[in-house]
Design a protein around this ligand. Sequence first.
Ligand SMILES: Cc1cc2nc3c(=O)[nH]c(=O)nc-3n(C[C@H](O)[C@H](O)[C@H](O)COP(=O)(O)OP(=O)(O)OC[C@H]3O[C@@H](n4cnc5c(N)ncnc54)[C@H](O)[C@@H]3O)c2cc1C
Length: 418
Amino acid sequence: MENSGRFDLIIIGAGAMGSSAAYQAAKRGQKTLLLEQFDFLHHRGSSHGESRTIRATYPEPYYSPMVIESEKLWREAESEIGYNVFFKTEQIDLGPADNSSLLAVVANCKKHSINHRILNRHQSNSRFSISIPEDWIAVVTELGGVLKPTKAVAMFQTLAIKHGAVLKDKTEIVDVEMDECRSGVLVSSRLGEKFWGRKCIVTAGAWMCKLVEKVGDRGMVLPIQPVETTVFYWKIKGEEVDFSIGAGFPSFASYGEPYIYGTPALEFPDLIKITVHGGRECDPDKRTWGAAVAGTEGMTMAIGCLKEWIRSTFGERIDWEDGPVMSQSCLYSMTPDEDYIIDFLGGKFNEYVMVAGGFSGHGFKMAPVVGRILVDLASGGKAAAVQLNEEIKHFKLGRFEGNPRGNAKGFEDQVRLR
Ligand SMILES: Cc1cc2nc3c(=O)[nH]c(=O)nc-3n(C[C@H](O)[C@H](O)[C@H](O)COP(=O)(O)OP(=O)(O)OC[C@H]3O[C@@H](n4cnc5c(N)ncnc54)[C@H](O)[C@@H]3O)c2cc1C
């Protein structure tokens, strides 16, 4: 077996979270190794593609401060690399005036002093040309916009290399063991390479459960369910510029049934992304890439809901009648409460191995702050003084002990499985 080096920190999984953590660690002078099973910037996980939305409007009070911090860190990384991955615009959250999630969003805006305006049907129409039903409201906040995922992950990886990290792709990790003698962990690849690390962070996305089941204490199963989701693009019939960030068009979410979200037009000419926050359970190694569900009841229903929503919200300015013109497949990693898992793995690994996963379809915007938190925790252990400590208490594994549902919520789930 080849011995391939000693590191302060080994990170397994080079999606948004692992790449951001590698950048943060290397920037602090830690000897860092980032390992990826496929090619870097591959399209088989969760962090590829043309757009992710950023918004501070969460019904849970603990996410908004993280987004606000993340915005600063996105800008810091951008200024270091010299190009933009974050295109800011307003965020608009639409929904019935009595919707419990939307009411919780408004309460959190007040709690965290997030500037917000509540528009009625008439105001939403005249400001954004977005039509909502009579009994709906529109909550407008300043922090919204689009992140470019593939470009952003490439940015983190480039910056990590610039600060001295070692990055290695096509390296599937199949084992992680404690090295009691030297107080560290030994990480092994399928091809027989071995890497030694003082600490290890696992950011394996939809493969998290499989990897932890293999290397963790006997019977350890993390409550993370891979879900295949399909993103839809629709043809703009009106003026594309009206749907652009330059014209003040917002990123948006609709808290109806189902939850629908989208981005301004900036990815493909004359197309706009409008899609349902949902999907179907899958094995990340046996993807159907959408084909097996193309004509199923679930997919037909999702497209039907989207058509109706687009017709009533944008009218004839978007071609809803002919259906979406393009789709893309991607993976969510769902936890039962849709909250992240960021914690020490515990058991035989005690504080040597950390896991960060279960980002439940809403993690991308947080990649900078999650990377920083992971490196703080890996450096300082359980007693580390970590910024946002109050917030990340909600992401501990212990919440599932004797309580498979996890954190209790006073509002409905957002992601729909079909
Ligand atoms: C369609 C879609 C839309 C989304 N929209 C938004 C949005 O608008 N806003 C938002 O904030 N978030 C959004 N998200 C969620 C966000 O993209 C994810 O939460 C985030 O990308 C998760 O990153 P990750 O690093 O945890 O996972 P991944 O990107 O999947 O990275 C995990 C990596 O680990 C590697 N790996 C796994 N096992 C091993 C192993 N054994 N050895 C080596 N490498 C391994 C994988 O190959 C993979 O590259 C969306 C997600 C999807 C799919």
